[in-house]
Design a protein around this ligand. Sequence first.
Ligand code: DC
Length: 225
Amino acid sequence: MKYNVAIDGPSGAGKSVIALKIAQRFNLTHIDSGAMYRVIALKAVLNNIAFNDEDKLVDLIHNTKIRFSRDKRVFMDEDDVTLKIRQEQISLGASDISKLKEVRRLLVLAQQEMAQAKNCIMEGRDIGTVVLPDAEVKIFLTASVDVRSKRRYFDLLAKGLNADLEQIKKDLILRDHQDSTRIESPLKKAHDAIELDTSHLSIEEVIEAISLIINEKVRKDECHD
Ligand code: DC
């Protein structure tokens, strides 16, 4: 059976690491939709384009090739920007540009095209609601702000980047607010998504829970075929 898995939730809820491991376990293609907003935010900075200049950002999207390699690296045209897009300035920039209607429309189209052949696991904010409303499995991951801030802090340190826990927490609260109150496809749980609070769960526990949901879904649908 061919199927898509949508994983949504706020920053730091564990979407990336979980999506990556589920992709390996179920042999799915992993697509990090947030990385696409981040690439455009990075290119905007490099070209001195303001995060609210929609026309220039749209132009930029038309002239940018975003590519994910098999070993999970992110490319902006020919440049490997895997680490650069994780800087805090780019996190906030990605959140800023993701408010713009035409920016979203173009990136959503690209995401839908990537998932057309199915057997994808895509993570983001609007995957279950807008990008893949027909996804066979929808998960909404959450965790407390404190837990999410600490995760991001240790993540950045592990990558050898600078990190300030208090600043990360402030930025996270700001980004949560921006992402869930924007007019265009705000972060929202799809009515048919299963919510998992990961605050007190290990990565393995979350993976087991999601694996059960996928197995259940796939088995049920195969019985109906
Ligand atoms: O998942 P992330 O933190 O890498 O995403 C960066 C920003 O991009 C996030 O603050 C909001 C935006 N985003 C979005 O609006 N829709 C998505 N599907 C993914 C990310």
